[in-house]
Design a protein around this ligand. Structure first.
Ligand code: ZN
Length: 454
């Protein structure tokens, strides 16, 4: 199976791609309130390119190692749809801003075909018996990143988009809170390519591809042929549905955009953009391994899931190896569970003081995991909470509990003495219960063995 993706992501700019209208939606805005003759496509209006959008796109193209053309050129893609008032979209056709390129991911390099800049159409609002059109989004800058059919399964496709959004965030060109991210995916089990349009978000991408793979396998198993077509993902139904037969690129009648003359991409500008690129996930991962002596695998996962800042903050106050293990496993697990990516500074401080207690064996791993989940719900002062009765039971206190458990469970003790090791697990369970999970399990096991000797 081969999967190729076209990822459309909104660029985080103040204004739209070809006019001065705001590109930033606000929660209380009215429909069609952020528009002007340019983004409504009125006759006689002239577009003017937003240089910030171009430099954002260049940052991405350079970070991904794309070939940059000598000139920036736009094309008109003609089609008729209510969300596109001028009946063409300004996009890039045979001179994309970035050609080729490679994206480094936690599962290897993925070859890219191209990257280009285009304007977003408006939004159709379906009201059942009628539809409304809102042009607030019309003309917002979109970056389209097209991969070669290089991804092997739905999971890889999802990881690719996850890591791409981390990279775009790290380049400062995309914000998941403000900008959209839509994916079109093509999937081929044999020679026939099926395209799935307009998938919103990474979770839906994985679901859509898993569904489509199963559908195609069943079709082949029935001895039927797969039809080359475009399908649409119905998230509520959890299925892909045929949309229309795929039009070829020729059907769009591309022409060079006559209102925008080719604009030279000067070498000096490119050098400036390249110089301002931040440390990218792969090189950061290598640096963290060297600097903190953490496992390479931990470092890659931390960097590619956007947790490198969090890790470096925590590692400032606790053992980096412990910090890496907890960031990669537990912090990431809780973030995934909650569907979040951002950790506040206050929360990071509390996580660090929690891990300092783990390091000093003041709390058990099990309790720390529980406290971590609670911290994400609502930050609190970890030291006060642990002082109030969550610290590890050890020393004489632990011995007293073990002695009581042994006394009260003589049947299990004699089972253990007659060679049934599972009886020791039972006793340990009783100790954990009596201490509400706060006993150090290693120490308790040793004590029980000692006390249980015949
Ligand atoms: Zn406008």
């Amino acid at each position: 199976m081969r999967i190729g993706l076209e990822v459309h992501c909104g660029l985080d700019t103040e204004s739209k791609l070809f006019c001065a209208c705001s590109a930033r939606p606000s929660p209380e805005e009215r429909p069609n309130s952020r528009c002007c003759p340019v983004c409504l496509g009125h006759p006689g209006s002239r577009p003017l390119t937003n240089s910030r959008a171009v430099s954002h796109a260049l940052r991405v193209a350079l970070a991904l190692g794309c070939r940059i053309p000598a000139e920036l050129r736009f094309a008109r893609k003609s089609y008729f749809y209510p969300d596109l008032p001028k009946n063409f979209q300004i996009t890039q056709y045979d001179h994309p801003l970035g050609g080729g390129g490679t994206m480094e991911t936690s599962f290897g390099s993925v070859a890219l075909r191209r990257i280009h800049l285009e304007e977003d159409p408006g939004a159709i609002v379906d009201r059942g018996s009628y539809v409304l059109v809102d042009y607030n989004r019309s003309g917002c800058p979109l970056l389209e990143i097209v991969t070669e059919p290089a991804l092997k399964n739905a999971e890889e496709a999802r990881a690719f988009v996850d890591e791409l959004s981390v990279l775009l965030g790290c380049l400062g060109v995309y914000s998941p809170e403000r900008n959209i991210l839509k994916v079109d995916a093509n999937i081929s089990l044999s020679d026939v390519r099926v395209e799935i349009k307009n998938i919103l978000g990474q979770r839906e991408l994985q679901r859509a591809l898993e569904y489509e793979e199963a559908r195609q396998r069943e079709t082949i198993a029935r001895g039927e042929a797969i039809v080359q077509e475009t399908r649409h993902w119905d998230a509520a139904l959890g299925a892909t549905k045929p949309m229309r037969s795929k039009e070829s690129e020729e059907d769009y009648g591309y022409i060079e955009e006559p209102d925008l003359v080719p604009h030279p991409l000067e070498k000096g500008w490119l050098a400036e953009v390249r110089k301002a690129l931040p440390e990218l996930p792969l090189s950061r991962s290598r640096r963290l391994v060297k600097q903190y002596r953490i496992a390479e695998d931990d470092s890659r996962i931390i960097c590619f899931s956007g947790l490198a800042d969090a890790f470096e903050t925590i590692a400032g106050s606790v053992d980096p190896v412990l910090a890496a293990r907890w960031t990669r496993r537990e912090v990431l697990r809780v973030l995934n569970l909650r569907g979040e990516r951002v950790i506040s500074l206050e929360l990071l401080r509390q996580i660090a003081s929690l891990l300092a207690l783990v390091e000093k064996k003041k709390v058990t791993d099990a309790i720390a995991k529980e406290l971590l989940e609670k911290l994400f719900e609502k930050p609190f002062d970890v030291k006060t909470r642990v002082g109030a009765g969550l610290s590890v039971v050890m020393g004489d206190e632990l011995r007293a509990v073990c002695e009581r458990v042994v006394k009260e469970n003589q049947k299990a003790v004699s089972d253990y003495q007659s060679g049934r090791p599972e009886a020791l697990d039972f006793l340990l369970g009783q100790v954990m219960r009596a201490t509400k999970g706060r006993a150090d399990p290693g120490a308790a096991r040793l004590l029980l063995k000692e006390l249980g000797k015949a």
